[in-house]
Design a protein around this ligand. Structure first.
Ligand SMILES: Cc1cc2nc3c(=O)[nH]c(=O)nc-3n(C[C@H](O)[C@H](O)[C@H](O)COP(=O)(O)OP(=O)(O)OC[C@H]3O[C@@H](n4cnc5c(N)ncnc54)[C@H](O)[C@@H]3O)c2cc1C
Length: 371
């Protein structure tokens, strides 16, 4: 993965794990989902060790579009048709609550701007109308929108953030609260009660594996239920050519962009234009998608500023649009497959697994979110 626009190079690397260590719970994967699980486990007074193969949020969690979107990966009306209005509404409300909680805990990193879904053509505008009607029927906040970006819908509860900064803050806070976190420590084997790394071994009653992309590499039994795709982005130098107030999701969400407070524009998309090639475990940007992004930036968004960053990362897709949040072996739990929108729902899944392990998931959030 080439470097994302979020990295300010201010992170001091954590050590890798060595020797034999013991914990109540070992969390494998220190992106937003794993770190959210760790905080919930610490609240339950459990002893936690977290390991990551690379660095904190070194995967998609630190290299994404920075959108905080309510709901699941599928537009609300489609999820409601698939799983029922009641379940879709509960999921939506949980995500709205999670965005609010993220803003409360890190107001310097999270901005509650709302987000836009912009229609590509008349057919998509009709689809926006349908979504509007179904969301309003469910009592959810949505507005019709028309502005410089185009026409579609505005979701006032959504927001934006620097995903890498948030994960780094979560990791620092977790360390202060007593979690032991290790970077450059890939789990080589994961079995009930034991996680083995090259130079260390962790004995823990429970294991949470919070890996979105490539989860099926760690657990081959999940092949068929989850598939890894590459998503690509680029970032520009600061510019005043545009004034984009809110994150924008366009053409059914295939393209997405936002302008950061310092004027930089980050843009992703076009996975569907090379669908077969993008079902890959590679996290390197490709020329084909990057040239589509460049053209879109120049012609559609109207930004000629220099492109300073190009990057890609892996995410997991499930057929249902809902993630896997399952016990894959006894006392070994896996979470992933957020279908390209895991910043909020991934955090909820991490917390739900922590609550389940602590015997506190009384509201049944894990099964509510699970595919
Ligand atoms: C370009 C792009 C744009 C996106 N835009 C958005 C967006 O705007 N909004 C949104 O909600 N979502 C977005 N997503 C999706 C979102 O980034 C992910 O769903 C989410 O970040 C997943 O976080 P995670 O913590 O579950 O997993 P990951 O980020 O996949 O983290 C898993 C961690 O596990 C580690 N790991 C892997 N294997 C091992 C092992 N064997 N041992 C130890 N550690 C291991 C990895 O190093 C990694 O750090 C985007 C994704 C991409 C790629």
């Amino acid at each position: 993965m080439a470097e994302s626009a979020w990295n300010d190079h201010r992170w001091v690397a954590l050590p890798s794990i060595s020797g034999v260590q013991r914990a109540d719970v070992c969390v494998v994967g220190l992106g937003g989902s794993g770190l959210s699980a760790i905080h919930a486990l610490l609240k339950h007074k459990l002893v936690v060790i977290g390991i990551d193969a690379g660095s904190i949020a070194g995967g998609a969690a630190g290299a994404n579009g920075g959108f905080l979107l309510s709901g699941s990966a599928s537009f609300y009306h489609r999820m409601a048709a698939a799983v029922g209005v009641e379940r879709a509404r509960r999921i939506h409300e949980l995500t709205v609550g999670e965005i609010a909680s993220m803003e409360r805990s890190m107001p310097d990193i999270v901005r509650r701007t709302g987000s836009l879904r912009i229609a590509h053509d008349g057919a998509e505008l009709d689809d926006c109308e349908l979504q509007f009607a179904v969301m309003r029927d469910s009592g959810l906040r949505v507005e019709r929108y028309s502005g410089p970006e185009g026409s579609g819908l505005l979701f006032p509860d959504d927001g934006t953030f620097n995903p890498l900064a948030r994960c780094r803050r979560l990791a620092q806070d977790a360390l202060q609260l007593g979690a032991r976190l290790y970077e450059s420590s890939p789990a080589l084997t994961i079995e009930t009660g034991t996680v083995t790394c090259e130079l260390g071994k962790i004995f823990s009653r429970h294991i949470i594996v919070a890996i979105d992309g490539k989860l099926e590499v760690v657990f081959p039994t999940l092949k068929g239920r989850i598939r890894t795709a590459r998503l690509q982005m680029l970032g520009t130098a600061p510019t005043v050519e545009v004034n984009v107030q809110r994150p924008v999701y366009a053409r059914y969400g295939y393209e997405y962009w936002q302008q950061l407070p310092d004027g930089r524009v980050v843009l992703g998309g076009f996975r569907d234009r090379a669908l077969e090639q993008e079902w890959t475990h590679s996290a390197e940007p490709s020329d084909a998608i990057q040239s589509l992004l460049t053209q879109f930036l120049r012609d559609r968004i109207g930004v000629q500023a220099a492109i300073t960053h190009r990057w890609a990362a892996s995410v997991g897709y499930t057929p249902t649009g809902l993630p896997i949040v399952d016990e894959v072996q006894k006392d070994v739990w896996a979470a992933g497959g957020y279908c390209g929108t895991g910043n909020v729902i991934g955090a909820l899944c991490g917390k739900a697994l922590a609550d389940e392990i602590a015997g506190k998931d009384v509201a049944g959030v894990r099964s509510l979110l699970s595919a």
